[in-house]
Write a protein that binds this ligand. Structure first.
Ligand code: ADP
Ligand code: MG
Length: 240
């Protein structure tokens, strides 16, 4: 569903992605790990063209992301994204945060959009918060709203960029649980996270990035038991 072939990207003179090759198949969960500044967010943001690539080829469902002829709005409808900071509209109720895009972009009626929103709120375990404002929710609840908002667009792919990094520790589990459920249901997911327990348990593959390169790609069992790359080993030892 996602394929990077020899992708390079620069920020000015800074070479942020170097010769990236990566394929993500339908229903796979790929977890991207690596030190801060290694290019993980940039990699993710290229997939829905929040960033453009300099060279190489990047396709989503065989469609070239950076082709001028590509309908970028259509592409983005298929790709949900959840960030570290939830980016909910503070002056809108939870349910309005979720129905906004389905009404505007998918053309759903208000009633259809609300039914969909309630379905996904139920799924993330906070249907009772539909009428609340974001500030009345905990961080973990807000992040679950953000996930429900992504799902309400019925995406084919979900991208997660450190979705639990801004949360108090006691709220990390509830968000990871929602992500685990999604994974189990067959969602195609690319997840940047420092939660190695999640990677170990849920990932089909772990990708280790350092200084703009993918240095290692392995099953979690291989990666955690016996990382081939010295830098991956050093990274893991720092986490423990
Ligand atoms: P990670 O998510 O792994 O921490 P990022 O993809 O955010 O890494 O960033 C990789 C590198 O690119 C970092 O050194 C960062 O400072 C730099 N960078 C990120 N975004 C920009 C930008 N818009 N302009 C210039 N440099 C950037
Ligand atoms: Mg990042």
């Amino acid at each position: 569903m996602i394929r990077f072939q020899a992708v390079d990207k620069h920020y000015g003179s800074f070479h942020v992605l170097k010769d990236i090759h990566l394929a993500v198949h339908q229903g796979e969960v790929v977890v991207v790990v690596g030190p801060s500044g290694s290019g993980k967010s940039t990699l993710l943001r290229c997939i829905n063209r929040l960033e453009t690539i300099a060279s190489g080829e990047l396709t989503v469902n065989e469609v070239r992301v950076n082709d001028k002829k590509t309908d970028i709005n259509k592409l983005r409808r298929d790709i949900g994204m959840v960030f570290q900071h939830f980016n909910l509209y503070p002056h809108k109720k939870v349910i309005e945060n979720i129905t906004l895009a389905p009404i505007k972009v998918l053309g759903l009626s208000k009633q259809e959009a609300e039914e969909t929103a309630l379905f996904y709120l139920e799924k993330v375990g906070i249907r009772d918060k539909a009428g609340a404002y974001p500030a009345q929710l905990s961080g973990g609840q807000q992040q679950r709203v953000a996930i429900a908002r992504g799902l309400a667009m019925k995406p084919k792919i979900m991208l997660f960029d450190e979705p639990t990094s801004a949360l108090d520790p006691e709220m990390v589990g509830e968000v990871l649980d929602v992500m685990k459920t999604l994974a189990r249901e067959g969602m195609t997911m690319v997840v940047v996270t420092h939660e190695m327990g999640f990677a170990r348990e849920v990932a089909d593959r772990v990708v280790f990035m350092d200084q703009g390169r993918i240095l290692e790609e392995a099953t979690p069992a291989e990666f955690f038991a016996n990382p081939r790359e010295e830098r991956a080993r050093a990274f893991l030892s720092r986490l423990i």
